[in-house]
Design a protein around this ligand. Structure first.
Ligand SMILES: NC(=O)c1ccc[n+]([C@@H]2O[C@H](COP(=O)([O-])OP(=O)(O)OC[C@H]3O[C@@H](n4cnc5c(N)ncnc54)[C@H](OP(=O)(O)O)[C@@H]3O)[C@@H](O)[C@H]2O)c1
Length: 330
């Protein structure tokens, strides 16, 4: 297979710190260029990574040297950028979540299918060995009983789009999407019932700051998901089965050199702690995206998964018609 030529569109801290280095480390991928509105940033990145730099995205999309557009901009503009990229004949690899609207996601997925282009959503942690170990616990367990999954982050000094509702800021789109994607990946073959959910915002703030959801899966597992912004850092998963339990920390976001640990308890509650494998999860993700590019069944499976995530997010948003309830003390 010839090299896949990728351009990164949007050059915030995330793209510069994690995406560009991971793409540049891939043998099967050539980082052909970067694109953003800020000339200084584009120029500096193009020099650093020895690639083209575009401030005009139309010129970038017209370039025959670009096969894949990696979108790393605020969530609220993913839809427009992904649509323009697909219409220009490019494959789209997009930061999570693909959009903040089920209808928009359906449109993009169907456009990608019609045009014979790949579309992916960057939930990088799914490809780290740590998440594979969680899956193994699920597959090996007798009668899994329940799962608790939480993701919360402190207030960020430079929040970028995160406080802007027009750009789909807020805790739901930024962090809850991880917990949803995890549960759907663990029980991908099961029906889901949404038992309860709430999305709350603080008085005077235009974006939501926390929420929770209770899900039931068709083979009996109950899952409690919780997410928040402006709290102490936490991203973890805890699974409880008839014959033991399993806990691991930093399941979603982690530094490159993170050494995962697994706290495993037997049926009597005796705990053993095991070390997991270190890995750079963005590189793990790009290996998977390369596999998707080579295989139509994998590309179709990715489209189906993207739609499942968007549908469950939509159900959570519309639960009892409650949108952005207020956080109250009583
Ligand atoms: N997987 C992860 O670990 C992880 C971590 C962080 C973020 N993310 C995801 O990455 C994406 C970007 O997040 P971020 O924190 O990098 O966002 P950000 O800093 O707010 O924005 C990224 C870049 O997008 C461009 N941009 C901002 N507003 C724009 C607008 N209205 N129109 C066009 N371009 C605009 C800006 O570049 P110019 O001004 O130069 O155009 C900016 O530098 C999001 O989808 C987020 O969910 C993922």
């Amino acid at each position: 297979m010839s090299l896949l030529n990728v351009v990164v569109w949007g050059l915030g801290g995330h793209a510069q710190n994690r995406i560009l280095p991971a793409l540049a480390a891939m043998d099967q991928i050539k980082l052909v260029g970067v694109c953003s509105r800020n000339y200084q940033v584009v120029n500096a990145c193009a020099k650093k990574w020895n690639c083209y730099g575009w401030t005009d995205h139309k010129q970038m999309l017209n370039s025959t040297e670009v096969d894949i557009v990696y979108i790393a901009t605020p969530i609220g503009i993913h839809f427009s950028m992904a649509k323009q990229s697909l219409e220009a004949g490019k494959h789209v690899w997009c930061e999570k979540p693909l959009t903040c609207s089920y209808i928009d996601t359906q449109e993009l997925v169907s456009l990608a299918e019609k045009r014979g282009k790949v579309i992916t959503e960057s939930f990088m942690y799914l490809f780290h060995p740590q998440f594979q170990r969680v899956k193994k616990f699920v597959n090996d367990s007798k009668d899994l009983h329940s799962v608790i999954c939480r993701f919360g982050i402190p207030t960020i000094d430079n929040p970028g789009f995160r406080n802007n509702s027009e750009l789909c800021g807020g805790a739901l789109w930024d962090v809850a999407t991880y917990t949803i994607s995890a549960l759907l990946s663990l029980f991908s073959d099961q029906q889901i019932k949404l038992i309860f959910s709430e999305i709350l915002s603080k008085t005077g703030e235009s974006v939501d700051s926390e929420g929770r959801a209770l899900l039931k899966f068709s083979q009996g597992v109950t899952a409690y998901l919780e997410w928040s912004v402006g709290v102490a850092y936490k991203n973890e998963i805890d699974l409880w089965a008839k014959d033991g339990s399993f806990f691991t920390d930093k399941i979603f976001s982690k530094p490159k050199d993170y050494q995962p640990q697994y706290k495993i308890r037997d049926i009597n509650g005796n705990e053993s702690v095991k070390n997991g494998e270190q890995s750079e999860q963005f590189i793990d993700m790009f290996h998977n995206f390369v596999r998707i590019m080579k295989n139509k069944e994998r590309a179709a499976a990715e489209r189906k998964t993207i739609l499942q995530r968007a549908k469950l997010m939509n159900d959570i948003v519309n639960y009892n018609g409650v949108k952005n309830g207020k956080l109250e003390k009583f």
